[in-house]
Design a protein. Sequence first.
Length: 405
Amino acid sequence: MHRIVSPVRLAIFALLGAAAGGAAVGGAAQAAKGGGDAALQTTLAQPAPEGAVAVAVETLADGLANPWSLAFLPNGDVLVTERAGRLRIIRDGALVDAPVAGVPEIYVGGTSWSQAGFFDVVADPDFAENDTVFIAYAHGTARRNGLRVARARFVDDALVDVTPIYDAAPPKDTPLHYGGRLAIGADGMVYVSIGEGARYKERAQDYATSYGAVVRITKDGAIPDDNPPFDKSDARPELYSKGHRNPQGLAFDPETGTLWEHEHGAKGGDEINRVEPGANYGWPLATYGVDYNGARISPFTTYEGTVQPVKYWTPSIAPSGLAVYRGDLFPEDWAGDLLVGGLVSRALHRVDMDGAAPVGEERYLADLGERIREVRVGPDGAIYATTEERGGEPVGKVLRITPAQ
């Protein structure tokens, strides 16, 4: 009986062979490049313990459909994106009934399993002077779609002067794995996380595409002169890092300037990465997970020329939303720790960091039984999170989390 191998798997096999200098998969040249322990891909860790700090949880807003992102404005307003294509306002502790006007046309896909829609919103650090926000959303059609980043001004409860500044390239034909997170660095540049489209794993290693990447652009969408060089003649100039799967967490530590990213694995292999310019994070050459059907994606957990994750989760927690805690409400030893939402784990994860190294982990909000989509640290030092129902029912909430008194 002949075993049928999918085109995607054939492409990955070819990618592994090419990276090995043309040797057949399993050959000596490839083995010299790939390594690690494949048993780790199916070795399941125990869940992190419940959090030691008692917390109080306040619901600021409910009735939301897949609230994906939060942005805090200087006047106290909070902007909330809903994946279905709406932008909402929380003002004076209550959700404004009317959605924000002026949101651009957004592609949400036509299936129940679509991941397309309205993703991130980030206020410019100079918002008080320029009213500027940046938004990330799916754009296009079922046959030709991708992540788009736009700049706009938020004036009188509306988006005005909406100007697209970046499109992921090339367009794809899947409503999956967009990435969709934004972060603005102390250098004034806009950093964008982009997924590999699910069906196109191998393109995370194709430098002629922005699939599976973090890109770096100016606030006008231009290419900075000091973007990292890649040893690829066809590398796109906006690339900052490659080899990512579906990165739905991207955040700077405001004190150290470190750029942290997390991404979904398949069945296991979720990662936290410290993003460095010019680095390759290995997907799909190396992974700590397997495919959803149990098939092996790669025989390797390490690969020459790629960077290991700072932390990985097997089984997956399905991370979404990432924040670095810098505030005064929680214990001092939380400073610099990473806060990660879990969709499958249905918890808020605190990753205890010693500098750039994780030394522990604990879970909060598990008693709610809710998918945690977004995590932010507010200007008041509180932790804000959103919950969602996977199918888009309007039952999502915005939560404010503080230490219990």
